[in-house]
Design a protein. Structure first.
Length: 320
């Protein structure tokens, strides 16, 4: 059975390494070098000296390598997070930030993920790296700020406080896994938009297209709660859902319906297969059809913000 799903055999030890690194810290460079050397030695000599019957030894070294690769990857991310925390100065500073998506309307604030670009001290501007979760006092003009825009903010960056109760959800760890290590709250007058234009990166362009499609829904008379539900179900944008809608679906145990999932990706895959099924009639078409379908699936994944369920479903379609 395992020979038919070789990718799973590699993913399992890789995930095990990530899980271990989340709880135990050790020197990842040493482990990675040992496992890489073991793979190299086994690959060069075991097959030549001992024959095909000892292939399980090489398999063990591959598992060890994938395990340490997953471990080293997460440890490296933790170390980069600590480096970012040490580099950010205490107190209020002026920062230039770049938004990584549109502002999301919440009950008491607007929220956006942004990347730090530069900061100003008493002498000059200096480059800084890292991502922050920015909360701003509600202002409808912020909804017009495009993904990839630059803002000048006067803020104090705070690390997320650890949970105070046992088994409480650790929001700081949740953000850290996304590469976000600071939060900030801004009142009116503490920020200014210095460049409001779409970024050049693929995620920025995908966000811009998603905003354009949401505008098309409004142009066709879909507004209010209908617009909120349509934007969540079709494009994975749940920022327009009010507390009442969330509460109704939560009580019904159907909150998962209000997000794009693997089901949506499967529907897109089936629709593309139906529309382009005629290409199976020719040899070039049979070669080109999988390429078109994969481009369509991953384009939809980008439009919906690359949510974990969408990525998982897209990967399964791509590999299997």
């Amino acid at each position: 059975m395992w020979s038919r799903i070789p990718l799973v055999r590699l993913i399992i030890p890789f995930l095990a390494g990530i899980i271990l690194a989340d709880h135990i810290s050790a020197d990842p460079d040493l482990l990675f070098r040992i496992s890489a050397a073991a793979v190299l030695v086994c690959g060069m000599f075991f097959g030549l000296l001992f024959g095909y019957g000892t292939k399980w030894i090489y398999g063990i070294t591959i598992v060890l390598f994938m395990f340490t690769a997953g471990y080293a990857m997460l440890i490296a991310r933790k170390d980069s997070g600590e480096a970012v925390r040490r580099a950010i100065p205490d107190g209020e500073r002026v920062y230039c930030i770049r938004t990584k998506g549109p502002f999301e309307a919440r009950d008491k604030s607007y929220r956006v993920t942004a990347g730090l670009v530069v900061t100003q001290d008493s002498l000059a501007w200096s480059a800084v790296k890292g991502s922050i979760m920015l909360y701003v006092k509600p202002d409808s003009l912020l909804l017009d700020v495009k993904p990839g825009s630059y803002l000048l903010v006067h803020a104090k960056l705070d690390s997320v406080k650890p949970p105070q109760n046992p088994s409480e959800f650790d929001y700081g760890k949740y953000l850290a896994r996304k590469g976000i290590f600071f939060t900030a709250y801004l009142d009116s007058g503490k920020y200014s938009v210095i460049r409001n234009e779409n970024g050049k990166g693929i995620p920025d362009r995908a966000s811009a297209i998603r905003i354009h499609l949401l505008g098309k829904l409004k142009e066709h008379g879909i507004d209010g709660r209908n617009f909120a539900l349509a934007s969540a179900l079709l494009l994975g944008d749940d920022t327009h859902l009010d507390a009442d809608i969330r509460d109704i679906y939560a009580r019904a145990g159907a909150m998962h319906i209000l997000c794009v999932s693997g089901l949506h990706v499967g529907v897109v895959f089936l629709v593309l297969g139906y529309l382009f099924g005629f290409m199976k009639r020719t040899q070039p078409g049979r070669i080109l059809l999988p390429v078109i379908m994969l481009i369509g699936v991953w384009s939809y994944a980008m439009l919906t913000g690359l949510a974990p369920p969408v990525i998982r479903a897209s990967c399964m379609i791509s590999f299997f």
